[in-house]
Write a new protein. Structure first.
Length: 302
């Protein structure tokens, strides 16, 4: 009969906002470190770390045992085996307590490698789309190009210009810099703010140097790695690195950490001594063998 309210229609109209509110309450209840929150709210990948116990995520010895149980070894990665998608939000706070120096190094490198690879995958996806546009395989998307140019602080939306910036960071370089800047994951800046790469612009004041630059803090290790790659790919100080990388690609080669490290004199006030230190870390820890490492996909959300 006319004039009667359509109850069924009203219910279905109200259902989406009700579900949205219920979903928000669920996310809050789960907590900001829950996998669902990390994935939906913070845009972070979620992988096999969800299968680890609390002790395995927070205690270095237990994490090392978990890696062993998964047969996650660096020699296997160097031989071509895929890297497990393990994206820990933070480092174990007791990493420095490991008695064996080699064990501490192995834990740190195995923890860092998946994070570096997943950030490189994010960059490679954008790069592949740029390449497809350049080759005319897909239509040019000016809006997307404008967003990309803004994100990478590019003066132009020209695809050739963007390709110089939108490119991966060799894992050997990222690993060596993380080691150097964080003391193999034991620095105060890592413990308090997940700051792996000595990035400034935050609220962590260096001890004994109140006038020094405040260090940045990050919600997670993934966020820190992403910001590091973004820094190398956008800041004007690292244009020499981007130029060398583009030249290597133009010759048909693959950029490696040793080659690109030479363009990092501006990363530290130590200048060329810093470059020497990074190259020594790459050499002494055989990090070049990870420049072609691949990430496994089983159990990953991104």
């Amino acid at each position: 009969m006319s004039g009667q309210p359509n109850v069924k229609s009203s219910i279905f109209t109200l259902l989406p906002p009700i579900l949205a509110v219920a979903g928000l309450y669920l996310l809050v209840a789960l907590g900001t470190e829950s996998p669902l929150w990390r994935w939906l709210v913070r845009g972070e990948p979620v992988g096999l770390e969800t299968s680890l116990s609390e002790d395995e995520r927070t205690q270095a010895t237990r994490l090392d045992a978990a890696f062993t149980r998964m047969n996650y070894r660096l020699d296997r990665v160097a031989a071509g085996h895929r890297v497990p998608p393990l994206f820990l939000p933070s480092l174990p706070g007791d990493l420095d307590s490991l008695d064996e120096i080699d064990t501490k190094k192995q834990v740190f490198l195995r923890l860092m490698l998946p994070l570096i690879l997943v950030v490189n995958e994010e960059i490679a996806e954008d790069r592949a789309r740029l390449e497809a546009m350049r080759q005319g395989k897909v239509a040019r998307d000016d809006g997307w190009l404008a967003d990309l140019a803004q994100r990478y602080q590019s003066p132009s939306t020209d695809i050739a210009v963007l390709l110089r910036r939108v490119d991966v960071v060799p894992p050997s370089l990222a690993l060596a810099q993380a080691v150097e800047e964080s003391g193999w994951g034991t620095s105060r800046f890592v413990r308090e703010g997940n700051n792996l790469f000595g990035q400034v612009g935050g609220d962590i004041v260096p001890e004994g140097d109140q006038g020094g630059p405040a260090m940045a803090s990050f919600e997670s290790l993934h966020a820190a790695v992403r910001a590091y790659a973004q820094n190398l790919n956008s800041h004007r100080a690292y244009e020499p690195l981007r130029r060398i990388r583009a030249q290597i690609r133009a010759r048909g080669g693959s950029p490696d950490g040793h080659s690109l490290a030479g363009a990092l004199t501006a990363y530290s006030e130590r200048g060329h001594a810093y470059v020497d230190a990074i190259r020594a870390l790459i050499r002494h820890n055989s990090l070049l063998r990870f420049d072609h490492a691949r990430l496994g996909r089983q159990g990953i959300l991104s």
